[in-house]
Write a protein of this length. Structure first.
Length: 254
């Protein structure tokens, strides 16, 4: 389902970037367009569709967690998530414009005429915008999915989740390393640092970094806790038994 949704979002983002092309080298006009009522309404409706479709899948996958939230509180959580997702989508045109402006400035310092480089970038714009739309669609769908789960877990006191990776050739080595690790929503891991990778993107939950297709599996009941655990605690991964984890860290969900 999420793959289909990613493709749908990608097409909508491509429409946004196509409209932004004529303004991409004029930051003030682009900013005015991004802040316009029409554009804000468009992104709010797009974010609403993303959240609604993800919520449908989440409701089927985690019914025991979903039913713990009252209808009134669910409405507020959905509204807040729509606003946040819409805000993130609205940053895309300006972020792309800044990347292009920075590239032009860097090349200009190397002796390339800014007007020449600007023309070349506009010629490459369809390819650049497709790459950007693909990246943002994949990232924001995954991030929104994780945020929906995280918000509900905080609401009911479900502190822990299991990091799940996708087990294919595109999965980062550091994320394969995290597969099956029990993590706290209050203490996101730093997968690259934990594996000893030179790259460091800081701490984050599954699905909350670019091109990440991992996802969290919330622990709501004692029965869902694995028998032998790998647990992320304050920047390290430790092994412990289910009994030890329950005694030291588990708290019954409301």
């Amino acid at each position: 389902m999420n793959r289909r949704l990613e493709m749908q979002v990608q097409q909508e983002l491509l429409k946004i970037l196509k409209k932004a092309k004529v303004l991409i080298l004029n930051e003030q006009k682009l900013t005015d367009w991004v802040n316009s009522t029409k554009f804000q309404t468009y992104t709010h409706n797009l974010a609403s569709r993303i959240v609604t479709k993800l919520l449908g899948g989440y409701r089927r996958q985690y019914p025991e967690l979903y039913r713990l939230i009252s209808k009134e509180r669910r409405t507020i959580l959905i509204q807040n998530q729509v606003l946040e997702t819409a805000r993130l989508i609205r940053t895309m045109p300006l972020n792309m414009a800044r990347e292009i402006t920075t590239k032009i400035a860097d090349q200009h310092l190397k002796g390339v005429r800014a007007s020449t480089l600007a023309a070349e970038i506009l010629e490459q714009y369809p390819q650049l915008s497709k790459a950007k739309a693909t990246l943002v669609a994949r990232t924001e769908v995954a991030r929104t999915n994780t945020m929906l789960l995280e918000n509900d877990c905080h609401e009911v006191g479900a502190k822990w989740y299991v990091w799940r990776s996708t087990h294919d050739v595109r999965t980062r080595s550091s994320h394969n390393h995290m597969d099956g690790v029990v993590c706290s929503w209050d203490d996101p891991p730093n997968p690259e640092k934990l594996e000893g990778d030179d790259r460091d993107y800081g701490p984050y939950h599954p699905g909350c970094i670019f091109n990440c297709r991992c996802f969290p599996s919330p622990l709501v009941t004692v029965e869902q806790i694995p028998s032998n655990l790998k647990v992320h605690l304050h920047g390290t991964i430790v092994r412990m038994s289910k009994r030890e984890f329950i005694q030291k860290h588990w708290k019954e969900v409301l």
